[in-house]
Design a protein around this ligand. Structure first.
Ligand SMILES: *Cc1c(COP(=O)(O)O)cnc(C)c1O
Length: 242
């Protein structure tokens, strides 16, 4: 398969196939196209193939594309690490921010989201693999008989969710995680299951929660089988990045 249309069709077919294999979930799985390091033209091509949700990791690169493609009805997700001095550009240009994990960033996004735009959709990034090199809320998930409400990781996330929920210019939508590369499938599946348990509890606590963003080109089957509602795919759509 050489052209983008075939690649996207193939990914959408696989997403449907994996989603059918799940037992307990009835939601559909959204495809977020990660367009970092690819030009606006590549985004326009993906839009012509039917995609409307795009993810960017670098603020200035993302803002340039958002402005060049303002004539298209696209939804833009910021999925990179957030530096405080970049929050204003993020708040002014993006529709979603998936990588929130610090109180200071929440306050800045609230203050900087323009009044004429809809509230900024927020996902809390969770460091489910407890990888010291990654950002995200981090705490233990303990596998004993305790309830989800007693899990240290849930308690941490809940506090931050409450804070986001109180902000008038922000809308709390759920969780996102980046998996550790080269983790055995069973371990990865266990981590995704744990995050799904927390996500399902948050859905009971907050009416606006509807997004569990997990899975990339390499592991989206495992992510979908374990509860993902959105997979973030770059390479499998656009090809290798330089
Ligand atoms: C780059 C990136 C992706 C896409 O990764 P691929 O392996 O190219 O599919 C997804 N999520 C985040 C946070 C990324 O930085």
């Amino acid at each position: 398969m050489h052209n983008m249309n075939d690649r996207i069709k193939n990914i959408l077919d696989l997403i449907k196939k994996y989603a059918k294999k799940r037992i307990s979930h009835h939601h559909t799985v959204q495809l977020l196209a990660v367009s970092k390091r690819f030009p606006a033209q590549a985004v326009e091509d993906a839009y012509a193939c039917g995609l409307t949700q795009f993810g960017e990791n670098y603020v200035q690169e993302g803002v340039d594309k958002i402005q060049q493609l303002a004539h298209l009805p696209l939804t833009w997700h910021f999925i990179g690490p957030i530096q405080s001095n970049k929050t204003q550009l993020i708040a002014q240009n993006f529709d979603w921010v998936q990588t929130v994990c610090r109180e200071k960033i929440i306050a800045r996004l609230q203050a900087q989201r323009p009044e004429n735009l809809a509230p900024l959709n927020i996902l809390i990034q969770v460091n489910i693999s407890q990888d010291p090199a990654k950002s995200g809320v981090i705490a233990d998930f303990i596998n004993d008989n305790r309830t989800i409400l007693e899990q240290p990781l849930y308690i941490q996330i809940y506090k931050m969710a409450q804070l986001i929920h109180k902000q008038s210019r922000l809308c709390f939508r759920g969780l996102m995680t980046i998996s550790e590369k080269s983790l055995p499938t069973e371990e990865l599946a266990l981590q995704y299951k744990q995050l799904d348990q927390i996500y399902q509890q948050l859905q009971k606590d907050f009416a606006t929660v509807d997004c569990l963003s997990m899975g990339m080109s390499q592991d989206f089957e495992t992510a979908i089988l374990n509860g993902s509602t959105q997979v973030r795919i770059g390479t499998a759509i656009f090809g290798q990045r330089d």
